[in-house]
Design a protein around this ligand. Sequence first.
Ligand code: HPA
Ligand code: MOS
Length: 758
Amino acid sequence: MTAVGKNIPHDSARGYVTGEAIYVDDTPFARNELLVDFFWSPIAHGRIRALDTTAACKVPGVVGLYTFRDLQHNLFGPIIKDEILIAESEVTFIGQPIVVIAAETREAIAAAKKAIKIDIEKLDPIFTIEEAKRRKQFIGPTRRIARGDVNAAFASADHVLEGTWINGGQDHFYLESQAAIAWPGEFRALNVLSSTQNPSEVQEVIAHVLGLPINKVVVTTKRMGGAFGGKECQATHPAALAALVAQNTGRPARIVYNKDDDMRVTGGRHPFQNDWKVAFTRDGVLTALKVDLYSDGGAYADLSPAVMGRAMTHVDNAYYIPNVEITGTVCRTNYPPNTAFRGFGGPQGVATIENILQEMAIVLHRDPIEIRMKNCYGIDDRNITPYGQVVKNNMLPRLFREIVERADYHRRVAAVAEFNAESPTHLRGIACTAVKFGISFNTKFLNQANALVNIYLDGSVQVSTGATEMGQGVNTKIRQLVADEFGIDVEQVVLMPTSTEKNNNTSATAASSGADLNGSAAVDACRKIKARLAAVDLGRKLPWRDLISAAYHDRVSLGERGFYSTQGIDWDIDKGCGTPFLYFTQGTAVSEVEIDRFTGMMRILRCDLLMDIGKPINPGIDRGQITGAFIQGVGWLTTEEKRWTPDGDLLTHSPTTYKIPNIQDLPEIFNADWIVNEANTINLRSSKAVGEPPLLLAISVFMAVKNALSYVSNGAIPKLSAPATGEEILMRLTEISRWSGGLPAAVGGLKPAATPVV
Ligand code: HPA
Ligand code: MOS
C-alpha cells in the first residue's frame, strides 16, 4: 500500500468545484465586524502638504480612520527594511496607503474616500529603467558573478554580438484577491486569517508594526485561491491594516481587495532590461558572455535583490560559458514594489541567454537547436556554472536528444520553411528551448521547515506544517508521504490549516520547495513516532488501530514535531560563488506558432514539453503544475501587457484590458511528459520540485515567434521584445517590410517569404 507515486485526487478538488472549499472571504461575518479599506496616493511621487480627514470622520458608518501615527513602527521589509506600511510625508507610488478606513458598510467607505482632502506637491517620478539608471536610483548594491577573462575572449573571438533583452512585467492574476480578517483577543492578542504564502512573515510584521511580542499574534492560512508569489510578501500589507483596525477598535476587521484595486496597488513580476555581449566561434561555441541585468524593482526593495540573485544564477541556463561577467542592479522606480512571481527572476535570466542563442544561430545561418546542443552543459566536463556549482546528474543532453525525436523537430523545421515559402498570408516558426532551474531558496537560512504530526485514538492522523496550500497540491503530497510512512491509507491522514501556533518561524511556501521542505519535515516526525511504535509492537505486526491503542495505554507519545534543513548548500553573495541549489529541475520544449502577417495575431500550433522531475509524488498534480506553469509563462511572453498613463497610473487593471491566456489560447497539440531519471535520489522519495521550472519552457513559444520573423528579415536579426503581443508582432513585421522597401504589412506590402535563414 503505497500512496506516493499515485494519482491521489487533490484533497480540495471536490471543494473547489462544489464551492465547499472555504476562502478567507467565505468566513461568515462576526457580529460587530468592520470592513477595512484604504485611501491611497493618487500620485506616483509627491510630498504630502496637507491631509484633512475631519469630513471623512463624520461620514455615517465610519468607525475609525488611521494613519502612520497609529503604528508603533512603520518601517519593514524582508531583505532591506526600507518599506513603509502607511505613507508619512512622501508618497512613492500610486496605490500607496495613506489613510486606513474602518467602517460598517462599503457605502461608508466609498463616501469616506471621497471626503478625504489631500494636498500633494508633485515630485519628479521615475517610470523607466533608463531614467532610474540616469538618476542613479538603485535598490541595494550591484552584485557580480564572474569567471575567466571575458575581455581576452572578446579580443580573440571569431564573432562578437551584442544587444539588449527587454521583457515586461506580469500581474499575478490569482483568482482570490489579497484578503485578511483580524479578530481581537484578550490582553491585546490577535487572531488573523490571511490569504498568504507566508504566515510567519505576516505574524512578524503585524507584531512589529503594532509593537506586540510575536507570541501575541496567531496567523492562520487555510488555503489561497492562487498566489504565484504575489502572496509571498504582499499579503502582509492587508493583514497588517486589518490588525491595526482590530487592535484599535476591539472589533473583528476584514479587508478584501477588489480585483481592480488588487491589480493597481500590488506589484508583479519584474520588467528587466539586460545589456549583453557574447563572443563565439565560427562553429557557434560560446566563449564569453558579459551581461548587465537591470530590473524595475518599484518603490521599495521587497524581494527584488533576491529575485535579481536568481536571475543572475540563471542566465547561464542550460549552457556552459567559460568566460562570464554578470552584474545585477535593481532600479528604484515609482511603481508598486515588484515582488516574487513564479520563477523569481529565473525566467528573465533564462530568456536573455535563449534569445542570445537564437540570434547567434541567425548570424551563423545554423539551426538554433544545433547551437543550443553544442553549448549544452556536459556530463563529465563543461559542467560547472559561472558561480561554481557542479551540474550533477545532468539530464540536459538527453532531454535535448529526446525532445528532438518526440517532437519530430527536423521534419517540422523543413515543413515550416516550406509553408513560409508558399503562404502569402501566414508565417510559421518553431523553436526549442531548455530550462535548468535551481532548487532551494537562494537565501540559505530559508531552507528549513518544521512539522507537527498527531495520531488520535482511532488511528486517524492530523499533520500540520508551514506549507500553505495555494492550489498546487502540497497538502495532498504531504498526505501521501505521511500515509506511506505509517503504512496506512491516505484517507486516514488530513492536513490541517497552516498556523503559526503549530509551526513557528516557517519560510514562505515558495521557491518550488514547499513539498520538498515541509514533506521532509513531516516524514522526520513520522519516523520518530514510528521508532516509538516499533518498541510497542515488538514484532507482533499489530493492525494500525490496535497498535495505536496499545501505545496509548502504554503511555507512549503519539505526537511529534519534525524538522528538516537542506544540507550541502552554500552561497557567498559578495563573491557570487557557491552551491546555492540542492539540485536542478530540467527540461526542454519545442513549440510551433503561426502568425497572421496582416494582423500580427499569433496561434500556438503545437508544444512538446519534456522534463526531468524525478519520480513524482503525485503524477497528476505534477502534470497540472507543468501545463499550468507553461501556459502562465505563455501569458507573460505573448499576451499579458501592463500599460500605464504618463503619470504612472495602471490602465490594465482588469481582465477587460489585461489579457491572460484562456482556453482558446491553448496549443492545438499539447504534449507534456517526463523522463525516468533513475540516478536521481538526492531529494525526498526521489521527487523533484516542479512548481516554477516549467514556466520557463514558455520561452520556446517566444523564440518560435522570433524564428517566424527571421523568415522575412532577409538575414537580419528580427527585433522582438516580450511580451510578443499581436501588436508587437505586427509592428516588427511592419518594420521589417520597411527595411526591405515594401509597404507596411498591414496594407499587404510584405513580400513572400525570403529564403529561410535557418
Ligand atoms: N525563491 C522564492 N522566494 C525566495 C527566494 C527564492 O529563491 N529567496 C528568497 N525568497
Ligand atoms: Mo514564489 S515566486 O517562489 O513565491
